[in-house]
Design a protein around this ligand. Structure first.
Ligand SMILES: Nc1ncnc2c1ncn2[C@@H]1O[C@H](COP(=O)(O)OP(=O)(O)O)[C@@H](O)[C@H]1O
Ligand SMILES: [Mg+2]
Length: 309
């Protein structure tokens, strides 16, 4: 096993590997092969500088995450990883625990237990640093309804520490087809326009991980396709995405891998294709399939047919 050593030089932490250990106790250090970018987070008061050594494999690691509200356990020891550049879908019926899982990752609810590593950073110990690396679009995105679009963009970009000039805002709005709406209040936008604005704002600080809670719920087919294209583009530009959805068509169209959650428990994590292959002969799936087994058949087979509100 290679031993890693961190040495602080000129305020920067550098990683070395132990190349040779001599009999007199001296060590020969060699620079660690560069696998991926290493981020140094400045020290806070009385704390040692935290060094984020991103795991090559994952942008997000969730381990044994448990979230409860009083006696209710909404998320029960859930574990999953999201790879860099991956679009990962969290599927589950109403009340399954999707929003609670996202809220814990976003730092909006305090988990009862578990660890969340985002870009190598322990988000429970360093919530501010972790949050700076993520972009969030909440399930019911609603900005201050009286504010004009340009004001909302400037306000939220400012919250992320991004200063946008007027021409930059105009260009951004043109990019999402809202150049004509710049001076309108938020409440006058259509659902699709609101969702485009929410996504634009969520990525204004170029986050490593984008979290989208039911981003296409209630959108018409055109707006939905447009949103899929935007998500795909964000991935091509190096982003990773965690989204929740009820739409199996959506999961199949955009997700590299999906996890099915029900009653707070993660049932399975697979590519959509492998999920179908793995469960195609399950009697619960066969019982609900009409002909060729679809992802929705597997979903219903595994989570049951009863209606959840
Ligand atoms: N703030 C809350 N207080 C109490 N119970 C909650 C709260 N938020 C969610 N729940 C409950 O936790 C469970 C999971 O909810 P949620 O994470 O919103 O599921 P999903 O997003 O999959 O629909 C549900 O039973 C829901 O009623
Ligand atoms: Mg939800």
């Amino acid at each position: 096993m290679t031993e890693k050593v961190q040495v602080v030089r000129g305020g920067q932490v550098r990683a070395y590997v132990l190349a040779e250990e001599h009999e007199d106790g001296s060590l020969l250090l060699a620079p660690e092969p560069v696998l991926s970018a290493q981020t140094t987070v400045p020290a806070g008061d009385g704390q040692a500088a935290a060094v984020a050594l991103p795991d090559l494999a994952g942008i997000l690691q969730v381990r044994d995450l448990t979230v409860g509200y009083g006696p209710k356990t909404a998320v029960d020891a859930v574990s999953f990883d999201i790879r860099r550049g991956e679009i990962f879908g969290l599927l589950g019926p109403n009340g399954a625990g999707k929003t609670s899982t996202l809220s814990a990752i976003e730092g909006l609810v305090e988990p009862q237990s578990g660890t969340i590593l985002l870009d190598g950073i322990d988000s429970r110990r360093h919530p501010t640093w972790a949050r700076a690396r993520m972009g969030v679009s909440l399930q019911a995105t609603s900005f201050q309804s009286e504010l004009k679009i340009t004001q909302i963009v400037r306000l939220y970009a400012g919250l992320y520490g991004v200063e946008l000039t007027d021409p930059q805002i105009a260009e951004g709005l043109r990019g999402i087809g809202l150049e004509g709406e710049a001076l309108k209040p938020f409440k006058q936008l259509s659902g699709g326009q609101q969702q485009r604005l929410a996504l634009f704002i969520a990525v204004v600080h170029d986050p490593a991980l984008l979290l989208l809670d039911e981003p296409t719920a209630g959108l018409d087919p055109q707006s939905r396709r447009q949103l899929w294209a935007r998500i795909e583009r964000i991935r091509q530009e190096g982003g990773s995405i965690l989204l929740t959805t009820h739409s199996m068509e959506e999961a199949q169209a955009v997700c590299d891998r999906v996890a099915i959650i029900d009653n707070g428990t993660l049932l399975t994590t697979e590519t959509p294709h492998d999920l179908i292959e793995k469960h195609r002969h399950d009697p619960r799936v066969q019982a609900v399939a009409h002909g060729e087994v679809t992802l929705e058949d597997v979903f219903i087979g595994l989570t049951g047919s009863e209606i959840r509100d």
